[in-house]
Design a protein around this ligand. Sequence first.
Ligand code: FAD
Length: 494
Amino acid sequence: MPRIPDERPLNPKPEIVDALRRILPAASVLSTPAELGPYECDGLTAFAQRPLAVALPETIAQVQSVLKLCSDMAVPVVARGAGTGLSGGALPLADGVLLSLAKFNRLIDIDPDNRTARVEPGVRNLAISEAAAPHGLYYAPDPSSQIACTIGGNVAENSGGVHCLKYGLTVHNIVKLKLVTVDGELFEVGSEALDSPGLDLLALMTGSEGMLAVIVEVTVKLLPQPERAQALLAAFDSVETAGAAVAQIIAAGIVPAGLEMMDNPAIRAAEDFVHAGYPVDAAAILICELDGFNAEVSTEVMRVRELLLAAGASDVRTARDDAERMIFWKGRKAAFPAVGRISPDYYCMDGTIPRKELPTVLSRVAELSSQYGLRVANVFHAGDGNLHPLVLYDANIPGELERAEELGGDILTLCVEVGGTVTGEHGVGVEKLNQMCVQFNSEELTQMHAVKAAFDPHGLLNPGKAVPTLHRCAEFGAMHVHHGELKFPELPRF
Ligand SMILES: Cc1cc2nc3c(=O)[nH]c(=O)nc-3n(C[C@H](O)[C@H](O)[C@H](O)COP(=O)(O)OP(=O)(O)OC[C@H]3O[C@@H](n4cnc5c(N)ncnc54)[C@H](O)[C@@H]3O)c2cc1C
C-alpha cells in the first residue's frame, strides 16, 4: 500500500501523547501501532499513513483543550468522522494528531415545530432521519454511505446524494454550526432565522474539509415526508441515449426527487450482488423517483414515462408498490460494494458536468477506458450531472494504480473542459490536488490560501489537503506563468 511521504521533521511523540493524556481520559488517547492501524486511511485506501496519536474527546471542552494543546505545541490536527470519505480528506499525518469525533454521537434535540434537529457531529446521517420519522419528518441529503457516514463529515465535504437534485446539497439543509478554532475558541455560524447578517460563514465552513475549524454541533433542516414516492426504471440500448434522456426530463420542467444512471458493468455487478431484477443486457438504466402529493406524483409518473419512451428507452417499468421501489434503489445504493466484488481494486472519481454534456462525456470516458486498457463502471447522480466513473484496477499489478490515477485525472480534466468541476460531492482531499490546478488560476488559489490563513495562521488544521500550493501547480505544469513569473503569496506553507 503506498504511503504518503511526509517531509516535515517528526514531532516528539512521547511528549505529545503524555500531554494529551493529561487532558483526556486514558482510554481516549490511542498511540500503539495496533491502536493506530484502523485510522491509517479513509475510503481512499490507496493512501495510508498512521498518525502520531488518536484523540477521542467526548465533550466540547475536551475538543477545545486538544486543539489548544496542538496549537501551543505546533502539532497538526486532522479531524475524522466515520472515515468513509473517498478523497483522502481524513488521511492522517505522521507527525499529527487524528481528532476523532466518533464519541460525539448524541441527537441533542428535535424541534418538530421549527423542523430542525440539533445533533453532534459524529451522528450518522441515516440516524437523523430515523429519529425524525416519528414526527413525519426526515433529513433530505442522503449519500449512498448514509448508514455509516457522519453529519460532521457531510458538512465538511458538503455531501450530496440521490435526493439532492430536488432538495439541495448539505449546504442547503443546515442552518447553524458550532465550531472550535485551531486555538480552542468556540464559535457559531448561521442562525435559525431565514437569513443572518454579515458574511455567509456557514457556506464557507461547509465543504471546508476540516481546514478552517472543527465542527462540534450541527443544526439541520428537516422536511415533511412526502405523501407518496414513485420510481420508474428505464432501460436503454446506448449510454449516450440514456444521457440525453436525463437532459430532456429536466428540460421538460420536471424536477425528480432522484435521477440516477448505471451503465452495463455497474448493472451486472449490482444485479449479481443484490438481485434487484435489473435488465442485465441493457447498455444503461435510469432510475427516476418522483415524490410529492398523490395526484401530482400520478401526473408526473405518466409524463416521465412518455418522455423516457420518446427519448429512446427500450423498456420502462413503474414500481408496483413501495417494496418494489426500494428494490430499484437497493441495487443503486449497493453499486459501489457490488463493483468491489468484480475487481480487486477500484478508484472512484467524482466530477460534475453540465447535464447536456452527458452523452459526449460518457462516450469520451469509454474511449479513455480503451486507451488505458482499464475497465470503467459508471454509476452516478445523472440529474445533477455528477459523474462517478469507477476505474477498475489491480494494485498487485505493477503500474496499474498509477495508470488508474492517470485515467481518473484525464476524466476530471475533461469535466473542466466541458464547463464542469473536479468534484461534485466527495471533496478534494489529497486526491484531486493536481486537478485543482487545472480548475483554478493562481489568483483564485491565492485567495483560498488567504482565507485558510485567516482561520489557521500556522497551517495546523488538515494541512496539505484541498487547496494545492502554487509550487505544486507549477510542478504539475497546470499553473499559468505570466512574464516568466509565478506570484507566490507571503503565506505559511500548508
Ligand atoms: C460506499 C460509499 C458511498 C458514498 N456515497 C456518497 C454519496 O452518495 N455522496 C457523497 O457526497 N459522498 C459519498 N461518499 C463519500 C463519504 O461518505 C462522504 O464524503 C461523507 O460525507 C464522509 O463522512 P465521514 O463521516 O465518513 O467523514 P470522514 O471521511 O471521516 O472525513 C471527511 C472530511 O471531513 C473532515 N471532517 C470530518 N468530521 C469533521 C468535523 N467534525 N469537523 C471538521 N472536519 C471534519 C475530515 O477531516 C475530512 O476532510 C461515499 C463513500 C462510500 C464509501
